[in-house]
Every structure is written in structure tokens, then in C-alpha cells.
Design a protein around this ligand. Sequence first.
Ligand code: ADP
Length: 437
Amino acid sequence: MKRRLNTQFLLIAGVSILATLILTAAVSYELFRDEVYHNLKNYAQLFVSMDLETAQAHYTQTGNSTLRVSVINTDGSVSYDSEADVAEMENHMERPEVQAAFRSGEGFATRQSETVSKNNFYYAMRLDDGRVLRVSEESGSIYRVFFETLPVLAVIAVMIFAVCVILTRFMVRSFVSPIEKMAANLDDAEPVGAYPEMRPFISKIKKQHEDILKSADIRQEFTANVTHELKTPLTSISGYSELIANGMAGEKDITRFAREIHHNANRLLALINDIIRLSELDVLNQAPDLTEVDLYEVAESCVEMLRLNAQKHSVTINMHGVHAHALLNRDMMEELIYNLCDNAIRYNNPDGRVDVYVEAPEGHLTLRVCDTGIGIPPEHQERIFERFYRVDKSRSKSSGGTGLGLAIVKHIVSVHNAQLKVVSAPGEGTEISVVFP
Ligand code: ADP
């Protein structure tokens, strides 16, 4: 960045200096030409005031070599010239300064000399007798003016450029240093010396930085948890099967051990299914396929699916509310309602109730799963949606929980831009509601 800024600034400085020099040369030449014309005009007026013959004589005497005087007749023929033989001179009617003088009294012209470095400057004025007096002088052309002043201009340009190089270095350094400081102290609460304009940018980077660290932590914790969760049932399976293999299990034990192995294998399967589902939801970086879904109908089918399970727990499960359609992902809705109802049954008391409501108060589609179960203490309510977080570990495990159900629920709610709400009191019951946008 420093190098690029340096080059760009110096390029701008170089072009500006060059342009300034060329323009200065052009303006100087203009001034110089005006000066030459002014002098020629003065000479012409001086000659006229002297009377032409005296002037001619005076001019011949002084032998001024750079000044050339001519007198042109009304027909364009030259009647006097201080340098050439008038008999050999061509008609001057076509010369612009002569034409201008005949027409309006005076005229100026500049023409190139035989050498490129010189120009001829002409001033012509109409005399009282109708003829035209022309005074001309050979002087440096613009190229000459330019090339003569070039060494001085070059020295000035180099000096200015050197100053620019120093200033640019200083400026670029002072411009870049707050950014460098900021990059070095990204973890500071307040960015040191950074530009106010960069604050939003810094906050964003900082937030992303923190998010990356946080998600790395979460991933690490998740991996550690997964390993631990998988290890427990596997250890049981390995232990029971080893006992059977070594012939250390009696006839009656074999059935019991086999049941334990089956139970643990099922737990493993449930765990693996939930882990796969969560990682599927994690990589889902686009919106799910949404279709017009009747949430009541989906909830009702889940309730029917879980009725037998509820009966096993001596819990009654019922459906309430109205048919309400919305753009939702049907599979995800089934998963969400199933998980919430499954929890409401598992964390319930015998003779308890589970009530599922689908309503649309003020147009906000709402799903509520209410139970009369054990409830969740307030200090745990925030955390139950975390992966593998359980209020009562043994109850969760013995009832076949994986600790991932509500994490999946949270994910599904989030991809639908819905809101989750928990109202619960220990010993009284829990109500978890999902409010769709
Ligand atoms: P699990 O598979 O252990 O049920 P979840 O993610 O579904 O995992 O739930 C996390 C924890 O939240 C559970 O272990 C339980 O302690 C608590 N919980 C969830 N739903 C309820 C409920 N309806 N009543 C009481 N506690 C609940």
C-alpha cells in the first residue's frame, strides 16, 4: 500500500510539475512576443515622426542589423527595403500584416525564419500617403525560448520533485501508520489512533474475529462432547459383549446384557442421527425450500405419532387451535414439533398433560407446546438450547435424550426467522412457543 501510494503521489507531482513548466514556457513566450511587437510599433512610430527619408538615412547610418524596414506601395510592390534589392522583391500584397495594415491601419504577423530556432516578427502600419511601412525583426522562436530556459526549468523541476519525494514519504507514512497500529492492536477495546471513518470497518473485523474464535471454541467443545457422549454407550456395549464372549454371563444374564447392548446401540444411533442432522443444518447456508404448509395439520400428525409414546408415560396429549397456512419447510416443522412434544412427554409427570396449540393472534402464526411436567429452573432456561446441555443428565439419558433436540429446534426456528420463547416454573410445567414472522 505504501509503495503504491508513493508511486501514485509522485506520478501526480511529476505530471503537475511538467504541465506547470510547459504552461509557464507558453505564457512567457506570449509575453515575449507582445514585447517584440510593442518595440516594433515604437520603432515604426519613431520612423514616421521623423519623415520617411530622414528615417531611411538614419536607419542606414545606425546600421541596426536586426531591424528591417520596408515601404510597400498601394499595389503591393516594395518601394524601399533596408536589406534587399527592391527590384528583385516579389509583390507583398499577400502578406497578412500588409493586408491588415491596408485594411485597418496596422497589422502584426509572425513567421518562421529559415532556421527553426528563429521567428520573424512583423509590424506594418498605413502611412498618410496610403503606403505601408513595415518594420520587422528576427528573434527567438518558442522552441528557442523553451530550450534556452530548459536548464533552469529542469533544475527547478528537479528541486520541486525532490521536495515532493520527501513530503510524499512523510505523508504516506503518517497516513498508513494509524492503520498499521490498528492492525497490530486489533484486540484492544478502543482502536488506537485509527481514523474515525475506519471505526465501523474495525468493529466489523473485530466482530468477525471474535465470532471466528467463538465458533472455533464451540466446535472444539462440541467435538469433546461428542467424543464423550459416544464413548459411554460404546464402553457399555464393549463391556457386556466381552462378558458374554468370555462365557462369564449366565443364561439369565445373557438376555439382560443383550437388552443393555440393544439399548446402548439405540442411544448411539439416536446420537449419531442428531449429530448428522445438526451438521446438516450447520452447513445449510441458504434458505430452506419453503412451501405453503398448514401448521395445524403438521402438528396434528406429530401428535398422533406420539400418542402411543405419551400413553406409555401415562400422559395425555391433545391438539388445539385453528388451521393456519404459512410458507414453511414441512420436514423441518415436523422435526421441530416432534422434538418439542417428545420433550414435553419425557419431562412430564404421570397423569400429566401435553397441549399443542396452533394459533394466529394478530396475524402472527404461533405454535405453543405446553406441558404439566417437571419444569425448568429459571437459571437453566437460557441454556437448554445449547448442544448437550441438560438440566438433569440422568433423567435425560434414561429417557433416551441426546441433549441435541432443542439445539436442532433452535436452528430450525432461526432459519425460519422465528422467535423462541420459554415460560416455565419448576414443578408446574413448561410452555415453549415459536412465533413466526
Ligand atoms: P434431551 O435430549 O436431553 O431432551 P434437549 O435438547 O431436547 O435434550 O433438551 C435439553 C434439556 O432441556 C433437557 O435435558 C431437559 O433438561 C430440558 N428440557 C427440555 N424440554 C423440557 C420440558 N418440556 N420440561 C422440562 N425440561 C425440559
